[in-house]
Design a binder for this molecule. Structure first.
Ligand code: MIG
Length: 822
């Protein structure tokens, strides 16, 4: 019996309680009876028959598995990009010892101590000897033999903060929260509603400036009680299966970057997106008929508002049958798509998982071998948009391959990217529904006993629910990769699980047109980012409801520097294009979108780094400034890369806002060049036309002249924005913007270093890509006496006192050093 409370409860209720209605009958594994080294790690067999397996997948990453039964299942995980390595280990102690010590053969890594009795207790130490993760002896690892649940608890300090957990409608740090992972279709979710669409059971802890990470790899319903019930510990558990968790100690620096790099080494990294997908995207539920789509596209070009992508929501289909076009509204799709392409637009269509049950629908007939089945072995049917539907079992390789192949026709017609919705899976009314129909109910999905293949590990829906959406996105991604191997796939998904970044971008579903939602989009997207998912965004303006002109304008600004920038709105809402609101708003909204295009070369560089390291473009402040207490809990600021501090206005009628500048760097106002010292706060003017934005002193970032879409930018020269007065470095990554030539060397990285008033350019003499044609120095109070290019006076400079900017044009010949003589 595991806790006094449980003992009391059982004694009080005695035998009157039947197993099914009893509180969880937690049982601990009990004393370790045998210790054995295997090629999978060290196995500890306990008195109850439960077995633990501990291994190192990297010197600073420990994996712990526990099966309540005597055997482990085949080691398979949807989260992992590849089978995790098992490093050779040294084991000190045996079943007779009070504790066993495990470490890698190579010294200098983390180590693990397992207490052997009365029941196993895991402690993970960082390489510097610091105890990073300690299971709580008052509530140790346990399982419930009746319902199969597994869990463990970990000691916590009351000041410890937690970030990540994928997509949660919660404030920045998730300490004191109880969260469930169960992908749910939750239209118009209010702040605090949990769970919503995505399940990423991974988090990064921050304790006095040091980080470690924990990943609970289970696609079942999982839960995290982060000190809510008992402040001195947190609990993580899964509703069945094995307990399978990883501890990332963050290497010798206990660093969140290292944690995220290690986590994404395991679960994979987001592919470099095609450049067009980083442009502004316009969507609506739905732009129909074809003439409406043409009108919207034309309006962007006429009004000179940059845009790259237009969306086709469910209205384009014929009776919502996937991969069809309405013959009435879209009679000649290829012609329409050709016209859009000619204007520089890319087209994305929505594709849902539900296949209309209709014997006259060839896709339905062809899919029969691949549909999800009920417990009785029948094709599972449920209602969604097309009426009664069948649903591919995306946990079956054959189903994924089949579904992936369906994209061929749309690709041939010219569709460029795909949007997978409703893949929690969400269904309208579950079979056998007797309760009143609530809008939000975790049961609005397949019956829990529906059957899935599980890639050869068959199981019920309860087991695979949380990975269904990700496997749909995978089917799409793999289909596109196979059909168009020379193009980078663009996939957008609503539901996902750990590792979803390998296949898809993610948006935060049906948010609402409220100021609360705008404010919440920052912690939501920043936390998704540090959950390993770099390509994230929220519907601009809020999906449900109609935003005021002011709310839309502020939201567009807040989203302009988030990785995925798309306006989208529900069917019953007012029109919502950047020019809908008229007057001054149109001008401001255009300028906001132009700002994004100006900064696209920087965003693209960040994406290339993210593809290599897993460190996301959008970052909460604590991620870069973990030792600065002032940065830990900020809800309404974020960093784009390490160099841009973004502080959107998220309050109605505010025309100024308080901005905190993280300690250790100085920050230069993008617009007027004012310098702010790190560790300070200031009230910053933020009239409606201004997004408060700051460049880190010592930074050098690439910018572009405005273009109407990304393809139009290709030939335009770059300008490097420099914040002088400190030491720093900048990079510019360039490639063809699509395709995989970059993997064979078709890319360029320019390096720029800043040394107070001197800038050194490490740039190839001849570039295949965009040339650096100017430097723009920010925060210059008075025009310098001289500007030297490689020691000789510069030809063309322009100083603007109002914005404190100095523009230095570079001649066509290569320039190495630019120096300001003040
Ligand atoms: O039940 O396709 O979140 O973006 O516009 C609603 C229609 C289904 C939900 C998505 C939303 C999309 C809508 N879909």
């Amino acid at each position: 019996m595991r806790s006094k409370r449980a003992v009391f409860w059982m004694a009080a209720c005695g035998l009157l309680i039947a197993a099914s209605s009893a509180p969880a009958a937690w049982q601990t594994p009990g004393p370790v009876d045998a210790v054995q080294q295997t090629d999978q790690g060290v196995e500890l067999t306990t008195r109850s028959g439960a077995v633990l397996r501990v291994s190192f997948v990297a010197p600073d990453v420990v994996r712990v598995r526990m099966t309540p039964r005597r055997w482990f299942e085949r080691d398979f995980s949807y989260a992992l990009a590849a089978a995790p390595p098992v490093l050779p280990m040294v084991v000190e102690g045996d079943a007779t010892s009070a504790a066993i010590r495990l470490r890698t053969v190579q010294p200098g890594g983390s180590w693990v101590v397992v207490e052997t009795r009365p029941t196993p207790l895991i402690r993970v130490f960082a390489p510097d000897g610091r105890l990073e993760f300690a299971e709580d002896s008052r509530r140790p690892m346990a399982f419930d033999a009746a319902d199969g649940a597994v869990e463990t608890s970990v000691q916590r300090e009351q000041t410890e903060l937690y970030f990540g957990f994928g997509e949660k409608a919660l404030p920045m740090s998730r300490d004191g929260q109880y969260m469930t992972m169960w992908n749910s279709d939750t239209p118009g979710y209010v702040p605090g509603l949990d769970p919503i669409y995505q399940s990423i059971p991974f988090f990064i802890a921050l304790r006095e400036g040091r980080s470690y990470g924990v990943f609970l790899d289970s696609t079942r319903r999982t839960y995290f009680d982060m000190g809510k019930t008992t402040p001195s510990r947190y609990t993580l558990g899964a509703a069945g299966g094995e307990l399978d968790y990883y501890v990332f100690t963050g290497g010798k620096d206990h660093d969140a970057h290292a944690v995220l790099q290690a986590y994404t080494r395991l679960t994979g990294r987001g592919l470099l997106p095609p450049l067009w997908a980083l442009g502004y995207q316009q969507s609506r539920y739905s732009y129909t008929p074809a003439s409406k789509v043409r009108e919207i596209a034309q309006a962007f070009r006429d009004k000179r508002i940059p845009a790259d992508v237009i969306y086709f929501d469910i209205g384009y289909m014929d009776g919502y049958r996937i991969f069809t076009w309405s013959p009435r509204d879209f009679p000649r799709p290829k012609e329409l798509l050709d016209a859009l392409h000619a204007q520089g637009f890319h087209a994305v269509t929505i594709v849902d998982p539900g296949v209309k049950v209709d014997e006259d629908f060839p896709i339905y007939r062809a899919g029969k071998p691949w549909y999800t089945r009920t417990a009785a072995g029948e094709e599972l049917h449920a209602q969604v948009w097309p009426g009664i539907c069948a649903f591919p079992d995306f946990t079956q390789p054959g189903a994924r391959a089949w579904f992936g192949s369906l994209y061929a026709g749309f690709l041939d017609q010219g569709v460029d990217g795909f949007w997978n919705d409703m893949n929690e899976p969400g269904v309208f009314i579950p079979s056998g529904w007797t309760k009143p129909v609530l809008v939000h109910d975790p049961a609005k999905t397949f019956a829990l006993d529906a059957r899935h293949d599980g890639d050869g590990l068959p199981g019920d829906h309860a087991r695979y629910h949380n990975v269904y959406g990700m496997q749909m996105a995978r089917a799409t991604f793999e289909g596109l990769s196979k059909l168009r191997p020379q193009q980078r796939p663009f996939v957008l998904t609503r539901a996902g699980y750990a590792g979803v970044q390998r296949y898809s971008a993610v948006w935060t579903g049906d948010n609402a047109s409220t100021w609360d939602h705008l404010a919440m989009s920052i912690p939501m997207l920043a936390n998704l980012s540090v959950s390993g998912v770099p390509f994230v965004g929220a519907d601009i303006g809020g999906f449900t409801g109609s935003p005021s002109a002011e709310l839309y304008t502020r939201w567009l600004q807040a989203a302009a520097l988030t990785p995925f920038m798309r306006t989208h709105s529900a069917i019953d809402t007012a029109q919502r294009e950047p020019w809908t609101f008229g007057g001054a708003y149109d001008e401001i909204n255009r300028a906001t979108i132009e700002l994004r295009y100006r900064l696209l070369p920087y965003l693209y560089t960040l994406f290339s780094e993210s593809a290599a390291t897993g460190v996301p473009p959008m970052r909460p402040l604590w991620f870069e400034y973990p030792r600065d207490v002032g940065s830990w809990q900020l809800q309404d600021e974020f960093l784009l890369g390490a160099d841009l501090l973004v502080a959107p206005v998220v309050q109605e009628r505010a025309t100024t806002r308080r901005v905190y500048f993280p300690r250790g760097d100085a920050w230069i106002d993008w617009w007027d060049g004012t310098r702010h010292e790190g560790g300070s706060s200031a009230d910053i003017a933020a009239p409606l036309d201004r997004l408060p934005l700051f460049l880190r002193a010592g930074a050098a970032i690439p910018t572009s002249p405005v273009a109407q879409h990304t393809a139009e930018m290709a030939g335009l020269p770059l300008t490097i924005a420099v914040a002088p007065g400190a030491q720093g470095e900048g990079r510019v990554y360039q490639d063809a913007g699509d395709g995989f030539g970059y993997r064979n060397g078709a890319f360029e990285v320019d390096r720029i270093s800043v040394h107070a008033d001197r800038v050194h350019l490490d740039v190839p003499a001849a570039t295949r890509f965009r040339r650096i044609a100017a430097l723009e120095f920010l925060g210059i109070d008075t025009a310098p006496r001289k500007v030297l290019l490689d020691g000789k006076p510069a030809g063309e400079t322009a100083f603007d006192a109002a914005s404190r900017r100095l523009r230095v044009t570079l001649p066509p010949r290569p320039v190495r050093d630019v120096e300001l003589k003040r």
